[in-house]
Design a protein around this ligand. Structure first.
Ligand SMILES: NC(=O)C1=CN([C@@H]2O[C@H](COP(=O)(O)OP(=O)(O)OC[C@H]3O[C@@H](n4cnc5c(N)ncnc54)[C@H](OP(=O)(O)O)[C@@H]3O)[C@@H](O)[C@H]2O)C=CC1
Ligand SMILES: O=C(O)[C@@H]1CCC=N1
Length: 273
């Protein structure tokens, strides 16, 4: 049972999780504490929007928190943790949503005696639709793990994975919503170019994506089978898919996920910012 959670980092991902938790009423706003580097306006905005406890006082934010959620960019991890480390105790659990950074790396900065969990949510958290992968570090108790599963469970699905798979998951479902939005942008542009009203196009695209997602979830059939059911011989879908093939669409997607995965590895190796 969580009484206080503390976000260190108040950007897009922190806000998506906060919005989801508040929306699902998993915790009261006053149980959620948020701090960032130095952007006071951003903290004020979050406080106004969600009534969460925003402060630049790191001691106040960290002390007595059951969970500390690290939600800064990977290159800010060391400086952010150095500033809060003195207030973290072994009965707290640190959850990192950072791409690429391993539990071992976090542990070496936070302290070997602090339990650490890695989570890879996505921005659909804000409406309770995240696909969150969770990897457990050494020293995390069953109770702490269950608390974290239940926290992320309020903002979408949770899947326990081995930490070695975190780079792949980051490139797949962490970044994944952006690939879908990119597709939606192109579909909208094509529709508008053919004379369709933008709002009409958006309504149809949106429902098409939701419907396809729900079919994948509920029909019990594979993506391939579902695709084939739409593709009449010599019909419109076939014509569309043949064009995608000419552009090597599937290879582009495979390379997209691969590049994101490789970037996650690179972030962990601290090669390039
Ligand atoms: N965006 C996404 O879809 C996803 C992101 N992630 C991960 O979440 C993390 C955050 O990403 P995102 O929210 O997009 O990033 P943003 O750039 O939107 O936010 C970063 C936040 O970190 C804060 N910060 C920087 N330095 C410090 C510090 N020293 N102490 C405390 N806070 C600090 C910033 O504060 P200030 O404004 O004051 O500088 C800002 O609030 C990344 O590690 C990313 O890999 C994971 C899954 C999905
Ligand atoms: O682009 C990024 O690095 C982060 C991690 C996953 C999604 N956004």
């Amino acid at each position: 049972m969580l009484n206080k959670i503390s976000f260190v980092g108040a950007g897009s991902m922190a806000e998506s999780i906060i919005a989801g938790i508040i929306h699902e009423r998993h915790l009261h706003a006053e149980q959620i504490h948020v701090t960032n580097k130095d952007n006071k306006e951003r903290l004020e905005r979050l406080q106004e929007r969600y009534q969460v406890q925003c402060t630049t006082d790191r001691k106040e934010s960290i002390t007595d928190a059951d969970v500390i959620i690290l939600s800064m960019k990977p290159h800010d991890l060391t400086s952010a943790v150095e500033a809060i480390k003195q207030y973290i105790t072994p009965n707290q659990v640190v959850v990192s949503v950072l791409a690429g950074i391993s539990i071992e790396q976090i542990s070496s900065i936070v302290g070997e005696n602090i339990p650490i969990i890695r989570a890879m949510p996505n921005t659909s958290s804000s409406i309770g639709y995240s696909a969150t992968a969770i990897a457990r570090g050494k020293g995390v108790t069953e109770e702490q793990l269950n608390d974290i599963i239940s926290l992320f469970g309020t903002i979408g699905t949770t899947t326990i994975i081995q930490e070695k798979d975190m780079h792949t998951v980051t490139g797949l479902s962490g970044s994944g919503p952006a690939y879908i939005y990119y597709l939606a942008e192109a579909m909208e542009e094509a529709a508008v170019k053919s004379g369709l009203d933008k709002d009409v196009a958006n309504e149809l695209i949106m429902q098409t994506i939701i419907g396809a997602g729900e079919m994948l979830k509920r029909s019990g059939e594979s993506a391939e089978v579902l695709r084939k059911k739409i593709t009449s011989p010599n019909g419109t879908t076939q014509a569309g898919l043949e064009t995608l093939e000419q552009y090597n669409f599937q290879n582009a997607i495979k390379d997209c996920v691969k590049s994101a995965r490789e970037r996650s590895i690179e972030l962990g190796e601290n090669k390039k910012r």
